[in-house]
Design a protein around this ligand. Structure first.
Ligand code: G3P
Length: 215
């Protein structure tokens, strides 16, 4: 299971990359808006930091506009993946773009049937949203489990991205299901690394080391 960072903050992305545990970056219009920077400028900078997929999203609602935006994004760097919102116009755009060799990630997926449509249109990735499903009383992990089972049963190669990850239970649940990619806010990486017994254990080791005689 690969871990991606769900942020456009270049400082966090640099720090994540230094740890050696991050394989790519996902963004969306909300994430971009948090940085107060021009979209293309920040995406270009991310491609200089990250040696893996960098995902930027289109904002058009019609296929033609999505295709134009996607071509511009794809031209920025070989690692660019274009996020297309799940809707009928989006599917049309994905079909055209996949024929041109432009990789797409169909986003805002909340059901297995949406994922089937996206895969059939030619999406390289589908982003299934965990937290937002759970927020309305759904079960985000069950949706992802269904998508994985369906893709496996049908030999579909579209990769599954678990998005809208809110806590460590989501990360563990995804890992157990064999999700291809889990994209997380930077804070989740820190939470994954921490354990109170690791901290107290290290403190004790360093205390005890003081009792070891020196020459
Ligand atoms: O990238 C899309 C997704 O990860 C957004 O997460 O927390 O806004 O539901 P969230």
């Amino acid at each position: 299971m690969e871990l991606f960072l769900d942020t456009a903050n270049v400082n966090q992305i640099r720090e994540g990359y230094e740890l050696g545990v991050v394989g790519g970056v996902t963004t969306n219009p909300t994430i971009i808006s948090r940085e107060g920077r021009e979209f293309i400028e920040v995406i270009k900078e991310i491609t200089t930091i990250v040696d893996g997929p960098v995902m930027g999203e289109v904002i058009s609602l019609e296929a033609e506009g999505m295709i134009t935006e996607a071509r511009e994004l794809a031209a920025l760097h070989k690692n660019m993946v274009v996020k297309i919102p799940m809707c009928l116009e989006g599917l049309k755009a994905v079909k055209v773009l996949s024929k041109e060799g432009i990789k797409t990630n169909v986003t805002l997926i909340f059901s297995a049937t949406q994922a089937i449509l996206a895969a059939n249109a030619g999406a390289a990735y589908v982003s299934s949203f965990l937290g937002r499903s759970d927020d309305i009383g759904g079960d985000g992990l069950t949706v992802i489990e269904d998508i994985i089972d369906i893709f496996d049963a049908n030999g579909i190669e579209t990769k599954v991205v678990a998005a809208s990850v809110r806590h460590l239970g989501h990360v563990i649940g995804c890992a157990k299901l064999g999700v291809d990619i889990v994209t997380v806010p930077y804070s989740i990486i820190g939470q994954m690394a921490k354990h109170p017994l690791t901290e107290s254990g290290l403190k004790q080791f360093l205390e005890d080391w003081k009792k070891v005689p020196t020459k």
